[in-house]
Write a protein that binds this ligand. Structure first.
Ligand SMILES: [Fe+2]
Length: 170
């Protein structure tokens, strides 16, 4: 049985993961029309990952006998100047999600809801991975002296992003 407070936080998270999925899907669309196929592939895959996060929380709430309420999802940002803006936007978005997840963990722990605390631990590890991933992408941009402008570095960054999930775990 979930408390109303935890129910609200989890429900908000379901909707936030759905929004995150759309943020990355929109980023993928931006990359596609700007000739960045590698980056488009990366953000498309990431969009699916966020959708899986949503499903995970959806299933947990349902298992706990709590109906999920899908709310109106805000329109994701669609205008970006450069690929660098997209990458920075993604990193900042992950930091916001991490704060939300930590708040759930904090509330679950302080209200002795150890079942939810145990459940949300997976997301804490996942957010750590996300921050490492986007941190490494930003590091690579720094190494290249990449600022987002068209040229060889943009091509290299696009290729790096194509395999970024694998590159970052090395
Ligand atoms: Fe997520």
């Amino acid at each position: 049985m979930l408390t109303p407070e935890i129910t609200k936080l989890l429900n908000d998270q379901v909707n936030a993961e759905y929004f995150a999925s759309n943020v990355y899907l929109q980023m993928s669309a931006w990359c596609e029309i700007n000739g960045l196929e590698g980056s488009a592939k990366f953000f498309r895959a990431h969009s699916l990952e966020e959708r899986e996060h949503m499903d995970k929380i959806f299933d947990y709430m349902t298992e706990c006998g709590q109906a999920v309420s899908i709310e109106e999802i805000p329109k994701p940002p669609a205008e970006y100047g450069t690929l660098m803006d997209v990458i920075k936007g993604a990193y900042e978005h992950e930091l916001k999600v991490t704060a939300m997840i930590k708040n759930i963990a904090d509330t679950a722990f302080s209200t002795k809801d150890y079942t939810t605390f145990n459940f949300i631990e997976w997301f804490i590890a996942e957010q750590h991975e996300e921050e490492v991933l986007f941190g490494k992408i930003l590091d690579k941009a720094k190494v290249l002296g990449f600022d987002g402008q068209p040229g060889q570095q943009l091509h290299i960054m696009d290729n790096y992003l194509r395999f970024a999930e694998g590159n970052a775990s090395k």
